[in-house]
Design a binder for this molecule. Structure first.
Ligand SMILES: NC(=O)c1ccc[n+]([C@@H]2O[C@H](COP(=O)([O-])OP(=O)(O)OC[C@H]3O[C@@H](n4cnc5c(N)ncnc54)[C@H](OP(=O)(O)O)[C@@H]3O)[C@@H](O)[C@H]2O)c1
Length: 289
């Protein structure tokens, strides 16, 4: 599988989106694999703590499916309504105690004994990198965790693991709707560590395709014109814009098989540099200096 092939996101599979059945999830995963997408992004909170179990049910109805997929499991967010959250305050908990329990729950909901990447979902100012590194190494030795990754970590946060534990990936918001990671050093800090950039919400959650949204309005005319020029639909051009950034894989959010196939196809080729800048200029509202 080429390194640039997209990742499939599960956030909208269940209660937070398409409310797919286990069989429909299994069909989607199989179609994604056939299209060259072999990595599935998961998080314990998706669907209000229900989507991992939905994916586990899909694995149960389609034997052999799990073995063909690489799983990314994100943990560390406690939502206001998460089980056991006594005060009902939305927060992040990267204590080893919470992480161990969240990994246990994720493996059990998915019905698997290992995830390929375990990712800290959000930066927690109260985190202790030494304790996390020691625990991750224990889990790696026990065979429950493959690589270690982070998500939404800025350049300073990712540096906390320097010399402690290799970071395989940083999953960040990156699209024409939010390209802050380019300017604030997050992208460079991730690449400088040899880690993969995983770009979530590559279509701005759909906003970029809506000419009535602020950013959708800014990019609309140029997006339409350039989509025609490249023979792509606007969504495909937006995905190719993100996938053109070196060391970056797009996390696709669609639950439609045809859109996943098209996403895999268009991410395989980068945009010419001037076309990439033309779209960035439209989103920024001004040329680069
Ligand atoms: N690490 C984090 O903090 C974090 C945060 C958010 C998300 N994520 C991950 O990133 C993944 C992707 O995020 P996202 O879902 O926000 O991605 P996105 O690609 O920006 O948005 C997906 C939405 O756009 C719609 N869409 C896709 N193609 C379209 C088209 N051609 N025309 C019109 N609408 C279209 C989809 O609807 P259809 O289903 O109908 O195609 C879906 O509602 C998530 O599943 C999750 O795994 C991670």
């Amino acid at each position: 599988m080429p390194k640039s092939s997209p990742i499939l996101g599960s956030m909208r599979f269940g209660e937070w989106g398409a409310r797919l059945s286990p069989v429909a999830v299994a069909d989607l995963l199989e179609a994604a694999l056939d299209a060259g997408i072999d990595t599935l992004d998961l998080a314990d909170i998706y669907g209000g703590h229900s989507t991992n179990a939905l994916v586990g049910a899909a694995f149960a109805v389609r034997p052999g499916l799990r073995a063909r997929l690489k799983l990314i499991a994100k943990i560390g967010i406690v939502m206001a309504g998460s089980p056991g959250n006594a005060r009902g305050v939305q927060h992040y908990d990267l204590s080893v105690e919470h992480l161990r329990r969240a990994l246990d729950d994720s493996l059990s909901a998915l019905g698997v004994d290992r995830v390929d990447t375990l990712m800290l979902h959000r930066f927690d100012p109260l985190l202790r990198p030494d304790a996390i590194a020691a625990w991750i190494r224990d889990e790696q030795r026990a065979g429950r965790v493959g690589d270690f990754g982070v998500s939404n970590f800025d350049a300073h946060a990712i540096a906390l693991f320097d010399g402690r534990l290799p970071v395989s990936a940083n999953q960040i918001e990156l699209s024409l709707a939010n390209a802050g990671a380019i300017d604030d050093g997050t992208l460079n800090a991730t690449r400088a560590r040899g880690a993969e950039v995983q770009a979530w919400s590559p279509l701005g959650g759909g906003d970029l395709l809506d000419p009535h949204s602020a950013v959708g309005g800014r990019v609309h005319a140029r997006l339409q014109a350039m989509a025609g020029e490249f023979g792509l639909d606007p969504a495909s051009l937006l995905l190719r814009w993100v996938a053109s950034v070196p060391d970056t894989r797009v996390v696709l959010g669609s639950t439609k098989i045809e859109r996943l196939r098209e996403g895999a196809r268009v991410c395989a080729e980068p945009l010419p540099r001037d076309a990439w800048y033309a779209l960035w200029e439209a989103a920024r509202g001004r040329p680069v200096p």
